[in-house]
Design a protein around this ligand. Structure first.
Ligand code: 5RP
Length: 227
């Protein structure tokens, strides 16, 4: 948690007065949102935030970040977490089931900065399942399609103390997590998964991150996209 906090706080320094900011989802981004709220108050900055989930919406409201929408503003900078990051800055996201709105916001930003602790950096993606947001009525059909791609799907279930049955996303859909062997071509698989009828969006983010701030025991490393 300490590394997540360090990197979240560091990312808050990247925002400048007048920015419209994409607000990612997850525990790392929560630190970013909190710190950005502190800066807005202390430095009397004029910032607008565009949330990627109900989680980031409520945090932004609680920490005093005025909210706007993509219908009204372009985004200068988006800051978001990730579940895996490879050395070409491809990502797997969706641990928090928010990857559809995250991809819309992160992709729209002029500058997309990823914040992670060092445990998320891998040589090749695929150590964790790829989440698919799926229209509930398409669940069985999507399952059968991903099996043909050699994926092993499982419907994400909620914690029974919170809700029985499947996780329901902010957009009222299901999540199917799909295990693959190492993902050799993330861009290809991202397109292939999104072409399945009933898949709203998948958690592979290929080629959209501009830089990654990595929290390590020795400080912060910055990975930049190769041009
Ligand atoms: C949510 C996400 C998160 O950004 C990702 O799961 C990382 O979360 P955390 O910062 O809590 O490790 O993609 O859908």
């Amino acid at each position: 948690m300490e590394l997540k906090k360090t990197v979240g706080y560091e990312a808050a320094k990247l925002v400048v007065d007048g920015d419209v900011v994409g607000l990612g989802t997850g525990s790392t981004t929560s630190y970013f949102i909190k710190r950005l709220g502190d800066r807005i108050k202390r430095e009397e900055m004029e910032i607008l935030g565009i949330p990627t989930s109900y989680q980031s919406f409520f945090l932004a409201r609680d920490f005093g970040i005025p909210i706007t929408t993509l219908e009204e503003h372009d985004i200068n900078i988006a800051v978001d977490g990730a579940d895996e990051v490879d050395l070409d800055l491809n990502l797997i996201k969706g641990g928090g089931a928010a990857h559809t709105m995250e991809k819309i916001v992160d992709e729209a930003a002029e500058r997309f900065v990823v914040i992670v602790d060092e445990s998320k950096i891998v040589d090749k993606l695929g150590g964790i399942p790829v989440p698919l947001e799926v229209i509930p009525q398409a669940c069985r059909m999507v399952t059968s399609h991903v099996q043909k791609l050699n994926g092993v799907p499982s419907l994400r279930m909620a914690e029974p103390k919170d809700k029985v049955g499947p996780v329901i996303t902010d957009n009222h859909n299901f999540i199917i997590d799909v295990e693959f062997e190492t993902i050799g071509e993330p861009e290809y698989l991202e397109k292939k998964l999104n072409a399945i009828p009933g898949v709203v969006e998948n958690g592979i983010f290929s080629g959209i991150a501009d830089e990654v701030l990595v929290g390590t025991k020795d400080g912060i490393n910055i990975l930049n996209r190769k041009k």
